[in-house]
Ligand binder design. Structure first.
Ligand code: NAP
Length: 281
């Protein structure tokens, strides 16, 4: 029987692009999201795991600021539910590809993070996501964890959308120049996840996925406005200038060598997909 790939969190920012990518590649897929499927509900999860060839879990509690005051919910969704998903998948020998984040790191390293670097999350969100990684690896299922950072896409809220909204409102804008990473399109991330799934041997373990090249948030904002030829009163500032409940890693840079070796190709430079995205929006 040709069972579908099941995507959880299918209407989120990444899930939307992933469903589109699976459709484009003619890979049979079925997507679920709240309210019809709550990953914290064991019965909901059990009812779909049995029908799956493979599970891709994009479902997550993703509000970094709110997670500080809703830590219990964040841990339930991002931590315990992921362990439960893994245990149910293990019983049926179904592989799970789970999405995680750079927020598992404290950002203190002076080089890009490799998969072998020790996690040390700073925020409730980061801790809950790390809890999910540990619970999945202890669940006994065949798993692959793909960590993303600085993603943007057409669905959901993200940094690019916030920049454009502020510019449209004609407000002056201050953007931090001490957070460094690689702007990564969810469309690109979805393509790469599909390519990973199409490999003859399902990849297992942890992989870092990000566009090529590193930039500060401020430089990224400059690129966005220059590309769109929009005049904005844009000024650099520091992370410490913004009152924030959650601590964020300043260094979100990923070393993607392991993934590039697996796929046999290099990541695209961050500017190309961002330019394409801006043309579309
Ligand atoms: N955005 C980033 O910059 C970024 C960076 C690194 C890693 N990631 C990771 O990428 C993955 C995808 O995130 P995203 O950016 O696509 O975020 P998103 O747009 O918030 O998508 C998450 C999806 O999960 C759903 N969800 C929340 N709680 C759920 C539950 N209990 N059961 C089932 N579904 C639930 C959300 O539904 P509601 O909208 O109704 O809550 C939403 O549709 C996550 O694992 C995230 O940690 C994101």
């Amino acid at each position: 029987m040709n069972l579908p790939v099941i995507v959880l969190g299918a209407r989120g920012m990444l899930g939307t692009d992933l469903m589109e990518c699976l459709r484009r590649r003619n890979i049979p897929a079925q997507g679920y999201d709240l309210p019809e499927l709550d990953i914290t509900n064991a019965g909901h999860v059990e009812s779909v795991v049995g029908q799956a060839k493979q599970i891709i879990n994009c479902a997550a509690y993703t509000n970094v600021e709110k997670a500080e005051s809703e830590a219990e919910l964040a841990f339930r969704v991002n931590g315990r539910a992921v362990g439960q998903l893994g245990r149910q998948a293990a019983k049926r020998n179904i592989p799970v590809l789970h999405i995680s984040t750079d927020f598992v790191f404290d950002g203190m390293l002076d080089r890009p993070y490799a998969e072998t670097d020790a996690a040390n999350p700073l925020s409730a969100y980061g801790k809950s996501k790390y809890e999910g990684e540990k619970a999945l690896s202890a669940s006994g299922c065949r798993f692959c964890i793909v960590r993303l950072q600085w993603t943007y896409g057409r669905a959901g809220t993200n940094f690019v959308k916030k920049l454009l909204d502020t510019a449209r409102a004609g407000k002056p804008l201050r953007v931090v120049d001490d957070q460094v990473g690689s702007p990564t399109a969810t469309r690109e991330a979805a393509e790469i996840v599909c390519r990973m799934m199409e490999l003859p041997m399902s990849p297992e373990g942890i992989y870092h996925l990000a566009a090529k090249g590193y930039v500060s948030r401020y430089e990224m904002a400059q690129f966005v406005f220059e590309t769109l030829k929009v005049g904005v009163n844009l000024n650099p500032c520091k992370t410490s200038d913004f009152p924030s409940a959650a601590k964020r890693p300043l260094n979100s840079r990923f070393n993607c060598g392991k993934l590039e070796k697996l796929l046999g190709t290099a990541m695209r430079p961050w500017q190309e997909p961002l330019r394409e995205h801006l043309e579309q929006v």
